[in-house]
Each structure stands twice: as C-alpha cells, then as structure tokens.
Design a protein around this ligand. Structure first.
Ligand SMILES: Nc1ncnc2c1ncn2[C@@H]1O[C@H](COP(=O)(O)OP(=O)(O)OP(=O)(O)O)[C@@H](O)[C@H]1O
Ligand SMILES: [Mg+2]
Length: 264
C-alpha cells in the first residue's frame, strides 16, 4: 500500500497544472457604498491528482474562494482556468461537498446518488450498476433504500461524496465537509476520502481550519490570512503516506503548521 501511494506522489509531481487561478480578487458591497475586499490577488495552480488543503481562520475567505471556483459566484477580477479554459458557470467537472449535507430529503440514498446521472446517456442497467458500485464504494451497502432522515450524519456525508464522485469530476471542492462530525466518524471519513482519492486520482481542494486534518490529507497546504483574504504561504507536505497521526513526524509537522497559523 505504501509503495502504491508513493507512486501516486511521484505521478502527481510529474503532472501538469490543470487548474490555474490568477490575480483573483473578490469584494462584496453590502450597503452599496463601502465595498469590502474579501479575497485579494489569489494565485495558485493545482496539478491533476493533487490534494490541496486551504487552511485559515474563520472569515479569511475560504468558502468564498471555493464558491468562485465552483462557479456559484463570479470573481471581481482575475481568472480561473480549468484545462486552459475559463471557468464560468457550475459544471460537472467541478463538484462541491459542503459541511451541511445537501441531499434531497425525499429521495433515497440510491436515488440521491443517481440524481446527477439524469442527463447522461446510460441504459437503466448501466445506471443501476454504476449506482450500486458507488453505494458500495462509500460503504453504504444495505442502506441504499433508506431516506436521508433515517441515516447518521457520517452516512449522509458518504452519500454526498458518492453523488459527486459518480459524475467523475476533474476537481472535487470540499468545504469543511467533516467539520460537523464527531472525532471518530471524522477520522473514518478522512480515511474514506484518501481511499477514494487513491482510486480516482481526482484533484481535491479541501477547506478546513483543522491543522491535523490538513496535515493528514494534503500534498500542499495553502495557508490563508485574513482581512483581506490572501495566500500567506504555500507549503508542500512531504510526509510519506499512509500518514500516522500518532507518529513523531506527523506531530512535528502539525506543530510547525500551528506555529505558522498562530502568526496569521
Ligand atoms: N455574500 C456576501 N456578502 C457580503 N459579505 C460576504 C458574503 N459572503 C461572504 N462575505 C464575507 O466575506 C468574508 C469571508 O467569508 P467566508 O465565508 O468566505 O469565510 P471562511 O474563511 O469560509 O470562514 P469560515 O471558516 O467561518 O467558514 C466574511 O467576512 C463574510 O462576512
Ligand atoms: Mg467557510
């Protein structure tokens, strides 16, 4: 397993950038007079298959950045390009998982996961096979016919992951997806995400304010500062995978990151 993950790291380093964010800024004007600059001159690239965590204090603009990348809101200036093309509206190449689940409460687990496939030209059989595969991949065998109200928070986030991964997005955008879960469930979800990432090699941009979570997951941590939201530092995490939270190197890396975040 270590060897396989090492291969993933090597391959990622050799990959060209697929996502390019250049000179991106965002300002909001609440009263129409005094615009507030929320993001200023954000620049970074992401390679195919890279896992990047955005770490920063509350209000530094992490969610705003993700919303712009998803195409939910436009930037005030600057550009976002995916595979050399400007990103405009939301699209299945960039899917988002939020902290709160966004499942349709009237649809079952299976129906929620199948929902995004509606526009695809698949036979009923192919669709069913694909949905079953993703139900299994996220560990929900036996729960396919449950409604969201009858499953736990962790299971809902498993459904949220499956319903976006089934669309095979190039970039997976995750906004504190596990923040509302208890510690143990959170750890299970982090491991599930790492397993799925190994399987699908999509590019993941993951927002968190949990240093441990960022160090566990990230190839790179982009540390953000506040007012206005800017990139303070782009740090490559070289810890070998799989990472052990109780190991000295992991602990040391977290300490280094804590010191950095305390300065912003
Ligand atoms: N639609 C909006 N109109 C006006 N101001 C906004 C809007 N959306 C966000 N903001 C402001 O932009 C700033 C950044 O908000 P954002 O939600 O991106 O921060 P965040 O880093 O995700 O914070 P948290 O860690 O608490 O989720 C905040 O000051 C917020 O009040
Ligand atoms: Mg946020």
């Amino acid at each position: 397993m270590t060897a396989r993950l090492h291969l993933v790291d090597q391959r990622t380093e050799a990959m060209p950038a697929i996502l390019d964010v250049a000179a991106l800024s965002k300002q909001f004007s609440t009263n129409g007079i005094n615009p507030v600059v929320v993001l200023q001159d954000i620049r970074f690239s992401a390679r195919r298959g890279e896992m990047i965590c955005f770490l920063g204090r509350s209000g530094c603009g992490k969610s705003t950045l993700l919303k712009i990348l998803a195409g939910f809101i436009p930037p005030s200036s600057g550009s976002v390009q995916l595979n050399g093309r400007p990103v405009g509206r939301p699209g299945p190449d960039r899917c988002v998982v939020f902290q709160e689940d966004a499942l349709f409460p009237w649809l079952t687990v299976k129906e929620n996961i199948a929902f995004g496939l509606k526009g695809r030209k698949l036979s009923r059989r192919e669709r069913e096979r694909e949905v079953d595969r993703f139900v299994s991949l996220v560990g929900l065998d036996g729960f396919a016919d449950y409604l969201p109200q009858a499953i736990s928070g962790g299971m809902k986030q498993r459904v949220s992951l499956a319903r976006v991964l089934i669309l095979q997005p190039e970039v997976l955008l995750m906004d504190e997806p596990f923040a509302a879960l208890d510690a143990q469930t959170r750890e299970e979800m982090q491991n599930l995400l790492l397993d799925l990432w190994k399987e699908f090699s999509h590019t993941v941009l993951f927002v968190t304010h949990d240093v441990n979570e960022a160090v566990l997951l990230a190839d790179r941590i982009i540390l953000m500062e506040k007012a206005p939201g800017r990139i303070r530092e782009d740090i490559t995490i070289k810890l070998p995978r799989p990472r052990k939270k109780d190991s000295a190197p992991f602990f040391n890396q977290c300490r280094v990151m804590m010191a950095k975040i305390n300065q912003v």
